[in-house]
Ligand binder design. Structure first.
Ligand SMILES: Nc1ncnc2c1ncn2[C@@H]1O[C@H](COP(=O)(O)OP(=O)(O)OP(=O)(O)O)[C@@H](O)[C@H]1O
Ligand SMILES: [Mg+2]
Length: 282
């Protein structure tokens, strides 16, 4: 005798909607607009596969955005800068092609370093901060610190016995940005290692294993005095000279430009207090 196919009991639409919404929430996609998606599928007469693909693409997009935010929040950087917001016309002498080529992040894959020098206010930090955001978008492990804060962190490690753990943490990032070498007073305490010793150890361990990008408004010849040890500072610069992409920004200060715009005196020149730009060779 032939068996009659038993009809599958239909789940009420409202119940299904509720279930979908709970699944979405469980996956962290509570903001996904399910009704809008269903409307789109109806109006576009989408196939089942097209509908699923669009749903998964939205889910992947949400996940990526969360990953970027998470990486950025943990990086140590507070402000978001982008290359799109950088006014190239203001810095006509800047080598735009070299700067833009950094943003494919090939140098991180090649474990190369970056050293950007130039007068104060010329956009050195802006460029590396934009680079950090780009690296977050590529889901790379990144960390950012101003030089004084990094050195302070390591000094704190000497005080509480966590120096090695902290040093290893700074070494882990695939891209480490050390911003503003030359700005702020570096502490020096008795017989403890100098900032030059710490930076040397850090760069030596990272050398050829991971990328370090640095900005400085100091002439390279002044690094020894600033870091507290001329020989070690020379060793730091030697490593950078061998492996770093060098960019020098020889131009006006954007901060002063903004100050003039704010004051409404585009033509009135403010005194330029900046030091001369650093030279290429250490
Ligand atoms: N070409 C530019 N286009 C748009 N904004 C810029 C440009 N250059 C700098 N800025 C902005 O001007 C301010 C100062 O720039 P930034 O901090 O990058 O300078 P800097 O070279 O790092 O200076 P310092 O040596 O004092 O640290 C920032 O708010 C930055 O976003
Ligand atoms: Mg800076």
């Amino acid at each position: 005798m032939q068996k009659r196919a038993t009809a599958r009991p239909e789940i009420p639409q409202d119940e299904l909607r509720g279930k979908c919404q709970r699944h979405l929430t469980r996956l962290g996609l509570g903001d996904f607009d399910l009704e809008a998606h269903l409307r789109w599928a109806r109006e576009a007469k989408a196939t089942e596969l097209e509908s699923i693909e669009r749903l998964l693409a939205a889910a992947a997009g949400f996940k990526l955005a969360r990953s970027i935010d998470w990486r950025f929040e943990r990086s140590g950087l507070k402000v978001k800068k982008t290359l799109a917001a950088f006014d190239w016309l203001f810095q006509p002498k800047l080598d735009r092609r070299t700067v833009e080529s950094l943003f494919d992040l090939g140098f991180v894959a090649r474990h190369e370093d970056v050293l950007i020098t130039g007068n104060t206010g010329t956009g050195k930090s802006h460029l590396l901060q934009a680079l950090l955001l780009k690296a977050c978008e590529k889901e790379l492990p990144v960390r950012y610190a101003r030089c004084v804060d990094l050195v302070d962190d390591l000094y704190a490690g000497l005080a509480d016995g966590t120096y090695e753990r902290r040093m290893r943490a700074w070494c882990r990032a695939q891209l480490l940005i050390i911003d503003d070498v030359g700005l702020g007073q570096l502490k020096r305490r008795g017989d403890e290692p100098t900032a030059a010793h710490m930076l040397f150890t850090l760069l030596d361990r990272r050398n050829m294993n991971a990328s370090t990008a640095i900005t400085s408004n100091l002439q390279l010849s002044a690094w020894g005095k600033y870091l507290g040890d001329a020989t070690l500072a020379a060793a730091v610069l030697d490593r950078l000279a061998a492996n770093a992409i060098r960019i020098d920004i020889d131009g006006p200060s954007y901060r002063q430009h903004l100050a003039r715009v704010r004051a409404g005196t585009q033509t009135g020149a403010l005194p330029d207090s900046s030091a001369p730009a650093a030279q290429v060779t250490p």
